[in-house]
Design a protein around this ligand. Structure first.
Ligand code: NAD
Length: 359
């Protein structure tokens, strides 16, 4: 078979060292010649914010999930008034998303210091929410030029958030394998990312204090984000973005619930992707491996448990159907999507979705 692809690699500097977020961020600001710095982070990151405050013109702590447009407008106005040229975003995808929203409006350089496994730091994808739901887009100007990883920052996540956030990274790997721009390079990154995530998440369930587990997860989460940024958003992400934006659901937990249903749906039509997932998870069967991992992590299993009402399902079907890329290995229609969402809402067994005739 002839190999043919058109791959684009995003340019980023990645500094990875546990326990040194403050020192490495300072060094990065020096290297960049930052003149007027805005720090973004929530009160949870107060310690690190305080350690960097002397380098900042503004410390911005108002952060809201899915970046409401009104918040982005206010933060952008503050950046304008203070002539900000570098933004340091400390936190999960929400803090990083706010910095990206500002970068959409004015020329700033971004430094991401992630504290969850959401992976936004590795992508040129932005998201904004208004009364009509969540809009996402791609723009190179929102790609953080530097990522500073310090695995001690993720240690404060409660076990439930760490589990869901880790599964969010797993979802980046799995969804990349059938995404619109899937290619051998992002598939290799997705496989390596999934292997590291699976090792790290298993370590986390054995001993949450084991720093090597957090290193594996953080490293895997970066590879996952790079694979996702390159391959694009596929069926799983489209479902989660529509649900999250329309009904303000918690991002990581929504991913943790939906992923097995999408895997079960696509698996019969995607044998190579499914084999890669199983191999990376050191298992014979991809769906079983994911289920075992979810059980070990005690991850959320039903959309009704993360805030979705049953009557919202029918509202979500049309926009999701419109968003699912044509690259999806197994076509899905309104009836089958409704069945998939209903199963995910109730936390039903995924087995009913995998039969090729179930659409
Ligand atoms: P989040 O940033 O909203 O954080 C979730 C909660 O955990 C918040 O209350 C936060 O304060 C808290 N938190 C964060 N780090 C913590 C820590 N170390 N210890 C204790 N608490 C901590 O959640 P998220 O899942 O990281 O990000 C979700 C958002 O990011 C969504 O809006 C999603 O759409 C976006 N996202 C974007 C991309 C992208 O490529 N653009 C990728 C992934 C996620």
């Amino acid at each position: 078979m002839t190999m043919r692809f058109d791959h684009h690699t995003l340019g980023q500097r990645v500094v990875f060292e546990s326990g040194r977020a403050a020192e490495n961020t300072r060094a990065e600001l020096d290297r960049m010649g930052a003149r007027s710095v805005m720090l973004i982070g929530t009160e949870r990151q107060r310690r690190l914010l305080d350690r960097l405050a002397d380098r900042a013109r503004i410390v911005w702590t108002d952060v809201i999930q899915h970046v409401p447009v009104e918040l982005a407008d206010r933060a952008s106005a503050a950046a304008d008034e203070n002539g900000i040229d570098v933004i340091v975003m400390i936190g999960g995808g929400s803090a990083i998303g706010l910095g990206k929203a500002i970068a959409l409006r004015r020329a700033v350089r971004l430094v991401a210091v992630p504290t969850t496994y959401a992976g936004s730091e590795a992508t040129n994808v932005w998201g904004l929410t208004d009364a009509n739901g969540k809009r996402t887009g791609v723009a190179d100007r929102v790609l953080p030029g530097t990522v500073v990883y310090d695995t001690e920052l993720s240690a404060s996540m409660p076990a439930s958030l760490a589990a869901a956030s880790g599964l969010n990274a797993v979802a980046h790997c799995i969804d990349s394998l059938w995404a619109p721009r899937a290619d051998p390079i992002n598939a290799a990154l997705a496989g390596a990312g999934l292997r590291a995530l699976s090792v790290g998440l298993r370590t986390l369930t054995r001993d949450a204090a084991d720093a090597s587990g957090r290193e594996d997860i953080q490293y895997g989460c970066y590879l996952a984000g790079v694979a996702f940024a390159s391959a694009g958003s596929a069926m799983h992400h489209k479902i989660c973005h529509v649900l999250g934006g329309m009904f303000d659901l918690p991002h990581a937990a929504t991913h943790a619930v939906v992923l097995p249903y999408v895997l079960a749906w696509n698996a019969p039509a995607a044998p190579a992707a499914t084999a890669r997932i199983a191999e990376a998870m050191e298992a014979d069967n991809a769906s079983e491996a994911l289920d075992t991992l979810r059980t070990r992590l005690d991850a959320p299993r039903a959309l009704r448990d993360v805030g979705l009402r049953e009557q919202d399902l029918s509202t979500a079907v049309p926009p999701i159907l419109a968003a699912i890329p044509s690259s999806n290995p197994r076509p899905i229609d309104e009836h089958a999507l409704t069945r998939l969402l209903r199963a995910a809402w109730a936390g039903d067994d995924v087995a009913g979705l995998s039969g090729k005739d179930s659409s």
